[in-house]
Write a protein that binds this ligand. Structure first.
Ligand code: SF4
Length: 363
């Protein structure tokens, strides 16, 4: 039985970062403005552990935000010494942190090994040098290749984070970034649509009409292609879209951009819509006034139905169906069974996404 997985997030806001990426106001992103101390790390870990169930669980401490390996070496050691001790005592299972590609070298990796860090996530954002430059990232794609290679040589898990809709970005450049990530064989990936956050340079660009954020619809479409691509190559996408917080919401610190509290679900639903639509349109089944039965693994159902039943409504309207009924069925996750008039069909999601990627010339 697989273990339940719990993360203890510790935000390290802007401590180590002299950069000003156009989209970032690190203090606002994390909702924190104070510096993190060893005592706070200890307190946070203990507080979280007290809330976790006992038994078969996996716990990981994650230093998010900022650029961890850009912090002074002594502070890095101080902060890492806390989860290190918990790990040595068997009270947590893993340590992860995020940083910039240009803050990785052999000395840094040696230090992270000493404190038993498992996963290093690089905030890459794009593999297109023009996009990186226009976004004020202060590093180029070459540094991403070098840092990723070194991280793997030192046998850390490599995580890569990308953004879509950056300044100078477009769908093709985002697909290119995803494809370059795939070549680097990451352990996990995160995808974030660019949002216009208060008190950032992007806010100025936006207000002066030098930057147009993606619409929610555009962001869903681009992320759909990227998520399908990562799924095809079996790459674990651990986050899609920023986590909503008190500040991260439209009307809060998000001034504009494709923010949605369930962004990933919108994308996953869109993928299911594409798969079902494609299957039905190619199968030449007579559907008018028929009831379609869909059976699939229980966990797939909400994404097949879509938010506010958007997918089922779409299919009913498009094909003149009388109704769609969806039931859970104990079959492998990548199958969707469809029955109409007692005739059954099986969709293999793996084949469907391969066909989709080929039809759009993505692979
Ligand atoms: S490097 Fe990271 S923390 Fe620093 S400004 Fe850029 S996005 Fe923000």
């Amino acid at each position: 039985m697989s273990k339940d997985y719990f993360i203890i997030p510790i935000f390290v806001p802007h401590l180590g970062c002299p950069h000003d990426c156009v989209f970032c106001n690190q203090r606002r992103i994390t909702g924190l403005s104070t510096n993190v101390s060893k005592e706070l790390v200890q307190k946070t870990i203990l507080e979280y552990i007290a809330t976790f169930p006992k038994g078969n669980i996996k716990v990981e401490v994650a230093f998010y935000g900022g650029s961890f390996t850009g912090i002074k070496k002594e502070i890095q050691e101080e902060l890492l010494s806390v989860p290190f001790k918990f790990k040595e005592e068997g009270r947590i299972d893993g340590i992860r942190l995020s940083t910039r590609p240009d803050y990785i070298d052999e000395e840094i990796l040696g230090l992270l090994k000493k404190y038993k860090v498992d996963t290093i996530e690089l905030g890459v954002q794009s593999m297109d040098d023009e996009v990186l430059y226009k976004s004020g990232r202060g590093h180029n794609s070459q540094q991403v290749y070098l840092a990723s290679k070194l991280i793997k040589e030192y046998e850390f898990n490599l995580g890569l984070q990308m953004m879509i809709g950056l300044v100078g970005d477009n769908r093709d450049k985002s697909i290119y970034t995803a494809k370059e990530f795939i070549k680097l064989e990451p352990y996990c990936v995160r995808i974030y649509p660019t949002l216009v956050i208060k008190d950032t340079y992007l806010e100025k660009l936006y207000k002066n009409r030098f930057y147009r954020p993606l619409s929610l619809e555009e962001a869903v479409h681009i992320t759909t292609d990227i998520l399908i691509l990562f799924e095809y190559y079996n790459i674990d996408v651990i986050r899609v879209g920023l986590q909503p917080t008190d500040n991260i919401r439209l009307g809060g610190d998000v001034l504009a951009g494709p923010f949605h509290p369930s962004f990933r679900q919108l994308v996953e639903s869109n993928i299911n819509k594409i798969i079902l639509d494609k299957f039905i349109s190619l199968s030449n089944i007579q559907l008018t006034d028929k009831t379609m039965i869909i059976e699939t693994k229980g966990k797939n159902i909400s994404n097949i139905v879509g938010q506010k039943s958007s997918n089922t409504k779409y299919l009913i309207d498009r094909y003149g169906l009388k109704n769609i009924k969806i039931y859970p069925k104990n079959i492998p996750e990548h199958f969707i069974d469809i029955s109409i008039d007692d005739i059954s069909y099986r969709i293999d999601r793996r084949k469907a996404i391969e066909d989709y990627l080929k039809s759009k010339a993505i692979i």
